[in-house]
Design a binder for this molecule. Structure first.
Ligand code: IPD
Ligand code: CA
Ligand code: CA
Length: 286
């Protein structure tokens, strides 16, 4: 009681990280029940940029859960933003000064999800005045949850994750993506693929940027780069990598921030070499 009045009811006193974990896990488990049961696939910015009612449902579930615990926080979710790179950058800019901003990709890897290819994830990050302080990437197929807290390390099911030890591209497994923006980002990224594929041990393009980043954090990949991503693809995975001892910059080597769209993320040891190869191939941007 304060001055004879009942205090307003606040749901729970859960930590940011606990809410991020529970929310990503709940959304991921719900998504998995919908695999193979999609009624409608729509396209967004390009004919390869897909969205389903499950993406929208997942984002709604995530928003509701976050706002139940933190009604004053802001949320930037992919499905709440108009399609295309310009609208995404604008939406981020409009919100980047918020005290607490949750950055949500409700399904990262929608194309895989639509085709039943089991490599997709839920990505949830929390930024405090523009700096990512919590990141969670959840893979419902393998029930694998990757979580990082700024300054406190990154973990996979309670075990600290650490980046790989390879210090040369020639012995590294590296991943990238084929962006849905066929005219811009894809053309540039293909130059990188062409240049890098003979130099690395092998390339993987499995279709979920967030999960690829989590794999760099866990030492399963030594590097990842992609042109034309959005904040919700990168934010959680970037913290996972930084807290696992790796390095995240843009493709020109400038430090990561939420506005970075052309990302280069590695174990740190192959960072310079990867950057040099991308620069030599004129594959750092468009
Ligand atoms: C896509 C995935 C894919 C990447 C694309 C992203 P979405 O996200 O991360 O791996 O290559 O550039 O747009 O549309 O499935 O959330
Ligand atoms: Ca995505
Ligand atoms: Ca998505």
């Amino acid at each position: 009681m304060v001055n004879g009045e009942a205090e307003p009811f606040v749901v729970g006193s859960k930590s940011f990280t606990a809410v991020a974990i529970n929310t990503a896990a709940k959304a991921g488990q719900w998504i998995k029940t919908k695999l193979g049961d999609i009624n409608r696939v729509d396209t967004k910015f390009s004919s390869q940029d897909l969205v389903t009612e499950v993406d929208k449902g997942s984002e709604k579930l995530i928003r509701n859960l976050i706002l139940t615990h933190f009604p004053d926080h802001s949320i930037l979710g992919e499905e709440g933003v108009a399609p295309g790179p310009e609208a995404s950058a604008k939406a981020l800019q409009a919100m980047s000064d918020e005290e607490y901003l949750w950055i949500v990709d409700p399904i990262d890897g929608t194309t895989n999800f639509v085709h039943g290819f089991p490599f997709y994830s839920v990505s949830i990050a929390l930024a405090h005045r523009g700096e990512v302080i919590v990141g969670v990437v959840y893979d419902p197929t393998r029930d694998e949850l990757f979580v990082a807290e700024k300054g406190k390390g990154a973990y996979r099911h309670g075990k600290k994750t650490e980046v790989s030890l390879e210090d040369q591209l020639s012995v590294s497994l590296v991943a990238t993506g084929f962006p849905a923006d066929r005219q811009g980002a894809l053309v540039t990224n293909l130059k990188g693929v062409q240049a890098l594929s003979p130099k690395v041990r092998n390339l993987r393009v499995a279709g979920s940027a967030a999960l690829h980043l989590a794999y760099v954090a866990a030492g399963r990949l030594s590097g990842f780069w992609e042109i034309g991503l959005n904040s919700w693809d990168i934010a959680a995975g970037a913290l996972l990598i930084q807290e696992s001892g790796g390095q995240v910059t843009d493709t020109e080597g400038k430090p990561y921030n939420l506005a970075v769209r052309n990302v280069m993320a590695t174990n740190g040891k192959i960072h310079a070499e990867l950057g040099q190869e991308l620069a030599a191939a004129e594959a750092t941007g468009f």
